[in-house]
Ligand binder design. Structure first.
Ligand code: FAD
Ligand code: DLZ
Ligand code: SF4
Length: 524
């Protein structure tokens, strides 16, 4: 597909590229490529390049995105266009409600070429298989690698091929060695690779937590908010108050604020949940990082330096860096290695439709109601809420993984398929049969009770296993174990649970299954 740049082409309407001045190159910047050093722009002369950014109905509608997510993406795109112009680039920006907007990435490239001549297109590879396919089908396009990650998809595939078992921990150690982050020569700083065992404290109400830095919408964001209100009246999610950073400087300030006020306790309370405390010690930066407003290398080295300078403890620095250098890179590698088939995996044969409560929050289960309400308000839930509350529930009741995937992709401001899909299909729903995670993240109410205070305000009894007052996570957990006992007995990390089920009395087994059946009937 590569063609030499520098030609001057005539367009069908008789206009030529020279109408765009001396421009001989078109660069498309996608909504999650908001990085000045993006590979598509590198080495190009601003005087000879047209940059195209398009807000299109197809991208806004391939899932019913949360309204805050839509506002964030569009406002961040508009701010980035302004940033590029300040840096001397000639940017053509198409707004969603511009007259003539043809509605898709491919048709907008075509429309640009009709207007300005058939400039060759250069674009950084898309972060999503669906979009990558669209770009590959465009005429005269050069696709360049996205090098904002620590490891390329090809290098990951090389690492993964031929291994009988993939484990994030092995990948992560390799990445630590490769980058030197938190390393002292070939030894891990702090004497251990992983401090996860120190990171399982439950949070208590007397802890002082700061909120993520919040920003007042400027004129550009206010215009976007009005446009989203007008065009997406039925989408899930509260649009306001809207406080996300939408420009690079503010996103950077939000990260610095996290480092100075919350990072030191990030490790200790990483797995904790508290009703009404939406962020605890989490960074709340994934939406900025995934859109390109923050740089993963910079984040990891800042945290490495904070540890070396004695400002944060090792379990905090290592815990945070593992999420980015480890999990984030690992899930991206798996995504590109296993797509397109990965999206259809369903190892447990789950087929239930997504319960309406995921949209309404209408349930007596206090933990679920709280996580869905927070998701509606903020387009945010932290990892343990996603994994052990909403994800765990979907896993236990057997929701079709594709439906769970579409929900996560829609409702979180940080959701792009390359990172969301492996977290949902692999980590949360075990739909890949254990490729990504070593065991299903299935848990009873006891786990939620240990790690949160949700159960105090719940009408269900977390200590009861069966009956109408029993915590549904309890009988659903054992019902899940019963349904998949054969497969789980073959997994060393689940064998104990499967064996415990076999030790239940016949009467107890019957009660558990009847409680689950009744609950599931009502859920339908
Ligand atoms: P922190 O807890 O403060 O972590 C710091 C950073 O580490 C995050 O900003 C993120 O960039 C990275 N990180 C942490 N955990 C993961 C992980 N498992 N995979 C990849 N990166 C990670 N993350 C997304 O960025 N987009 C998604 O669409 C997404 N969908 C998810 C779906 C499910 C079912 C689950 C279980 C997890 C999902 N995650 C996703 C991972 C994680 O929940 C979010 O990255 C995190 O909650 C973002 O909040 P934070 O910035 O406060 O993260
Ligand atoms: C998520 C999103 C949305 C809502 N809108 C746009 C858009 O209008 N234009 C665009 O270029 N990108 C958008 N995106 C991001 C894309 O859906 C997709 O995730 C990335 O382009 C993949 O690299
Ligand atoms: Fe959730 Fe069960 Fe606790 Fe209620 S009792 S909050 S349903 S874990």
């Amino acid at each position: 597909m590569r063609r030499p740049a520098g030609r001057c082409a005539s367009s069908p309407d008789g206009r030529s590229a020279s109408e765009a001045g001396l421009k001989n190159q078109l660069v498309l910047i996608l909504g999650d490529q908001l990085t000045p050093a993006i590979s598509s722009l590198r080495g190009l002369d601003p005087a000879r390049t047209r940059v195209l950014m398009v807000e299109v109905a197809a991208e806004a509608g391939y899932v019913a995105h949360h309204r805050k997510k839509l506002a964030f993406v569009f406002s961040a795109m508009r701010h980035f266009a302004a940033e590029l112009r300040t840096d001397g680039w000639d940017v053509e920006y198409v707004r969603l409600d511009d007259a003539g907007n043809s509605g898709s990435l491919a048709s907008e490239i075509e429309r640009f070429r009709r207007r300005h001549g058939k400039l060759p297109l250069r674009v950084t590879e898309a972060g999503e298989y669906r979009v990558a396919e669209i770009l590959r089908s465009v005429a005269d396009v050069t696709i360049v690698p996205d090098d904002r990650f620590f490891i390329s998809s090809a290098e990951f595939a090389e690492w993964a091929e031929g291994r009988s078992q993939l484990r994030m921990e092995h990948f992560y150690r390799m990445m630590r060695r490769r980058t030197g982050i938190l390393m002292d020569g070939d030894k891990p700083l702090g004497g251990k690779w992983n401090f996860d065992s120190d990171n399982r404290n439950a949070a208590t109400r007397d802890l002082m937590m700061t909120q993520p830095l919040q920003f007042t919408p400027d004129r550009v964001t206010r215009e976007v908010l009005a446009m989203v209100t007008e065009n997406f009246p039925d989408n899930f999610g509260n649009l306001e108050p809207f406080w996300f950073a939408v420009a690079r400087g503010d996103a950077g300030a939000a990260f610095e604020d996290f480092v100075s006020t919350r990072l030191s306790r990030f490790g200790d309370y990483q797995d904790a949940m508290l009703a009404g405390e939406k962020y605890l010690y989490h960074a709340a930066i994934a939406q900025y990082l995934n859109a390109g407003l923050l740089d993963a290398r910079h984040l990891c080295w800042v945290v490495d330096s904070a540890y070396r300078a004695g400002k944060v403890p090792i379990n905090a620095a290592e815990g945070f860096i593992r999420q980015i250098l480890g999990w984030r890179e690992y899930v991206r590698g798996i995504y590109w290695w296993r797509m397109p088939g990965y999206a259809d995996e369903n190892a447990l044969g789950a087929s239930r439709p997504l319960p309406a409560l995921y949209w309404t929050g209408d349930t007596d289960m206090a933990c679920l109601a709280s996580c869905v309400a927070q998701t509606r308000e903020e387009a945010y839930a932290h990892h343990i809420q996603r994994l052990m509350v909403t994800g765990n529930f979907a896993l236990l009741v057997g929701v079709a993984p594709a439906e769970v995937h579409r929900w996560y992709l829609a409702v979180y401001a940080d959701a792009y398929e390359w990172v969301e899909l492996p977290n949902t299909i692999g980590m949360s729903q075990f739909a890949d049969g254990g490729l990504l995670a070593s065991k299903p993240y299935a848990a009873s109410g006891a786990y939620i009770n240990r790690m949160s205070d949700y159960c105090h305000g719940c009408r269900y009894d977390v200590k009861s296993r069966t009956g109408t007052n029993a915590c549904p996570f309890n009988f659903l957990y054992w019902d899940f174990i019963a349904r998949h006992a054969t497969m789980l007995r073959a997994n060393p990390r689940m064998r104990m649970a499967a064996d415990s089920w076999m030790r239940f009395s016949d009467a107890e087994r019957k009660n558990v299954r009847a409680s689950a059946r009744n609950f599931l009937q009502a859920l339908r």
